[in-house]
Ligand binder design. Structure first.
Ligand code: 5U1
Length: 672
């Protein structure tokens, strides 16, 4: 080997090792030590050097995650040790019976030590490392035989291609779950919705669909995640720990990620507490879970307990109440939104889903109806997860009644009878009535009054409906023209409430340009885009006069958004409304031009956890970023502060342990 090649190899090794360390800190320790930009810089450096010396590229290099599409489908893989399934406990009583059976078999009255883990709603896979290198990944399949998905598993960034040890075992099989973060799922569906493409019903289906792609390039784009939960085959040269918990720590030391929620519980009482606690925090977790897995911790006791059929006697899945239920589709209503978008909404035979009665669910658009193949009177599966609007996820074709009827797209707006149009390549139907359409008008007024827009305290959706029905309000500017006499004439509106509403209307006139712009309800202009446009042009006058080209120079504004903004201000009625609002007293302070360095949160790093009233974590992130801050996924010494909402979990404990400032919802108001 020449001296130069020797040096290049050393440099390649240095870069790969640094990238591997950063990956480990990010995915396994959940504690990144370098900013993304530094990671990207090293990655680019490695790619460049490898392109100059292709003969020195190794299969375990981080640049080699995405390979070429194989010629044929997935090969079969026989699991040397079957991949077991888990028995389920559907309620506390069944959990108590499970614990009793364990105690009786072990002939003990002492508390059993369990390990509690979240039951991730994903797909079980097996990863085989031979001499430290990932050589094969396989799906669980039927437990005996799965499919070889190595090329796809290699694209998952949290799965190391090489174990972090100098003395790797000859063979080590790690088992765990591939899943999709809720945020990745939402982004994937949002992008599909924009393209009018098929939506995934839930993160699990999205993960399954992504893992079973024949082209690894597609899987690579899907942002899948992995958490390990056990070992399978292990060669004799590896010294296994005596407890499940310690074995998980061994897996972690080797570079594979675990859920941060894995805990030891002494006795069944502690298992049930863990279950209740994590169920409470379920919506604020970054991934979907459908229960808790409880495992006897001691391996010796596990061995004494053994198996029945294909499930271990030492483990059980304590399931959460279902988020999906079956019901009948009674009819479909078409709702018209503020921008004219017409959404089919399923009217359902009311059904309780996880304790909440659901009688409506979204069907998104006509493409989705076609994809589902759903007809009126069909039995359907509906799903309710977190705060998201319930949705119809599938049809039970086997139960189709004789009398079903097609769902027909309306040709006319169901509210104002204006023609409905559907632009080429768009999945969404729209009412062309504009502000003639009372539904569009009402929805625009509701949006204008809402908290993140003009924030008119006490003017909720119901009251807007009443004011428009009575004919007191026909446009957003009319809101500032209502008088006390009109208000007290409304049902259940006393003198005091009327005065309070008038005061709130008056107070709302003092706003900011970004909020005002957002309140106008321009298509595709959310809070962040409104802020970017306002900060770019500084005055409403400049915004109304901006060309599409000028609008496109604003960060985050592409040709479509620019077109919508331009079209909005090209409309005389809209300009008239703005003029009236200003004449009626709506005002805002002038914006001073700020360079990036002057952004108020420049140099600060925040972590967001838990849930917040009326605002998603993504929205908070976007706001912080617009003010120059960085938002990180995990708390570390470098975190400026943790912004904690309801049901904050491990991130809050970590911030407290590190003495990091914890800020509440009030902080978000300061950002406005
Ligand atoms: N968290 C977790 N999920 N899960 C699934 N642990 C776990 N363990 C499993 C399965 C099927 O099986 C082992 C108990 C054998």
């Amino acid at each position: 080997m020449t001296n130069q090649t020797d040096n290049v190899e050393k440099e390649l090794e240095r870069l790969r090792s640094l990238i591997s360390d950063y990956n480990y800190q990010y995915y396994v320790l959940d504690d990144p030590s370098v900013p993304d930009a530094e990671y990207d810089r090293l990655y680019r450096e490695l790619t460049k050097l490898e392109s100059q010396y292709p003969e020195l590229i190794t299969d375990d290099s981080p640049t080699q995650r995405v390979g070429a599409k194989p010629d044929s489908g997935f090969e079969e893989v026989v699991h040397e040790l079957p991949m077991l399934s888990l028995d389920n406990a559907m309620d506390e009583e069944e959990m108590v019976s499970f614990n009793r059976r364990v105690s009786e078999r072990l002939n003990t009255t002492d508390d059993i030590e369990y390990v509690c883990e979240p039951k991730l709603d994903g797909l079980a896979i097996s990863l085989l490392y031979e001499n430290g290198i990932l050589t094969r990944a396989a799906t669980r399949g039927d437990g005996m035989q799965g499919e070889n998905i190595t090329l796809n598993a290699r694209t998952i960034r949290s799965i190391p291609l090489k174990l972090r040890t100098n003395k790797p075992p000859e063979r080590l099989e790690v088992r765990g779950e591939v899943f999709m973060l809720k945020s990745s799922f939402e982004a994937l569906n949002e992008e599909a919705r924009k393209r009018g493409a098929k939506l995934f019903a839930n993160p699990r289906n999205a993960a399954a669909g992504s893992l079973r792609q024949l082209d690894p390039q597609i899987t690579a784009k899907r942002n899948l995640s992995f958490y390990a939960y056990s070992m399978g085959l292990v060669s004799d040269d590896f010294e296994l720990a005596d407890s499940h918990y310690e074995r998980l720590q061994q897996i972690k030391t080797l570079g594979l990620p675990l859920s941060a929620e894995v805990k030891i519980a002494q006795g069944i009482g502690a298992c049930l507490e863990y279950y209740q606690d994590i169920m409470q925090r379920r919506d604020s977790l970054e991934y979907e879970i459908d229960g808790v897995v409880n495992k006897v911790n001691s391996i010796q006791l596990q061995e004494r307990l053994g198996f029945v059929a294909r499930a271990p006697r030492w483990a059980i899945a304590h399931k959460f109440p279902a988020q999906e239920e079956m019901t009948q589709l009674l009819g479909v209503d078409f709702q018209v939104g503020r921008t004219g978008a017409i959404t089919p909404v399923a009217r359902l035979e009311p059904v309780s889903v996880g304790g909440v009665t659901v009688s409506n669910a979204t069907l998104h658009n006509m493409d989705e109806i076609e994809r589902l193949g759903v007809k009126i009177n069909d039995y359907v599966i509906i799903r309710r997860a977190g705060d998201v609007i319930p949705q119809v996820v599938s049809v039970i074709h086997d139960r189709r009644p004789d009398a079903v009827s097609d769902i027909r797209a309306p040709r006319q707006c169901p509210v104002c009878a204006s023609p409905v149009e559907r632009a080429e390549g768009e999945a969404v139907m729209r009412c062309t009535g504009g502000l003639i359409c009372s539904s569009q008008r009402n929805e625009s007024i509701k949006h204008f009054a809402s908290r993140k827009a003009m924030d008119i305290d006490g003017l909720g959706d119901k009251l807007v409906e009443v004011l428009t029905q009575k004919g007191f309000v026909k446009s957003v500017s009319d809101l500032f023209r209502v008088n006390k006499e009109q208000l007290v004439s409304l049902e259940r509106m006393g003198d005091k409430s009327a005065e309070n509403l008038l005061k709130a209307l008056e107070a709302s006139k003092a706003t900011t340009l970004p909020k005002f712009l957002y309140a106008l309800g321009i298509r595709e202009v959310g809070e962040v885009t409104a802020k970017n446009i306002a900060n770019h042009f500084l005055t409403i006058d400049a915004i109304t006069k901006a060309s599409e080209e000028e609008l496109e120079s604003v960060s985050d504004v592409g040709p479509i958004v620019a077109q919508h903004v331009h079209a909005f201000f090209d409309n005389d009625d809209n300009l008239q409304q703005i003029q009236s609002l200003i004449e009626l007293g709506v005002h805002w302070p002038a914006i001073e031009r700020k360079s990036d360095d002057e952004l108020p949160l420049k140099g600060k790093t925040y972590v967001i956890t838990g849930s917040f009233d009326g605002v998603s974590r993504t929205e908070i992130k976007e706001k912080l970023e617009a003010l120059g801050a960085k938002v990180s996924g995990s708390v570390s010494k470098k975190t400026t502060a943790l912004i904690a909402g309801e049901k904050a979990g491990s991130k809050l404990s970590k911030a407290e342990a590190l003495g990091i400032d914890v800020l509440g919802e009030e902080f978000l108001e300061e950002l406005d």
